[in-house]
Ligand binder design. Structure first.
Ligand SMILES: NC(=O)c1ccc[n+]([C@@H]2O[C@H](COP(=O)([O-])OP(=O)(O)OC[C@H]3O[C@@H](n4cnc5c(N)ncnc54)[C@H](OP(=O)(O)O)[C@@H]3O)[C@@H](O)[C@H]2O)c1
Length: 128
């Protein structure tokens, strides 16, 4: 399987590198320098060029407090750019693993989360 890890220089990206190092799968790691997910067209053409079977998205805007003032960038990276990646995966018929956060889902559910689940973390206020 050909796996593309986006955001390889972050905490999750580096952990994935440690975990996937002994796999037989072909793994391609990209940082912001190779694929900036805010650039939708470049992201699309590079992903189509790699043509992976699975993308693991380890990119994120993680400055939680800063996101309150810079909602535009947070929305771009954590929402719109992820939708772009999902659309590309749909086109390629490729799997996408996108990691959530305990700021949204606290991990205490006894059943697997679904895409349309509402947030359950007690520290969060859901805004429609
Ligand atoms: N770390 C944890 O313990 C933990 C726990 C639960 C969930 N998570 C989730 O895992 C995901 C990753 O978290 P993390 O802790 O690994 O965050 P992180 O260390 O802040 O890493 C985020 C990575 O995303 C990259 N990035 C940001 N904007 C980008 C863009 N436009 N294009 C390409 N790359 C971009 C950053 O690159 P630059 O360095 O160039 O900015 C950075 O390497 C998040 O969704 C987070 O909620 C993490």
């Amino acid at each position: 399987m050909k796996i593309l890890v986006l955001g390889c220089k972050g905490q999750l990206g580096r952990c994935l590198n440690d975990q996937l190092i002994n796999t037989d799968h072909e793994v391609i790691y990209t940082s912001r320098e190779q694929i900036d997910i805010a650039d939708f067209e470049a992201t699309k053409s590079k992903i189509l060029e790699f043509s992976p079977d699975l993308i693991i998205n380890a990119t994120a805007y993680t400055a939680v407090d800063k996101a309150e003032e810079d909602q535009k960038t947070a929305n771009l990276i954590n929402h719109l750019a992820v939708k772009n990646i999902a659309d590309i995966c749909n086109q390629l018929e490729c799997w996408l693993i996108h990691v959530s956060t305990d700021y949204v889902f606290d991990g205490n559910s006894k059943v697997p989360y679904k895409e349309d689940d509402r947030n359950q973390s007690s520290g969060c206020v859901w805004r429609n």
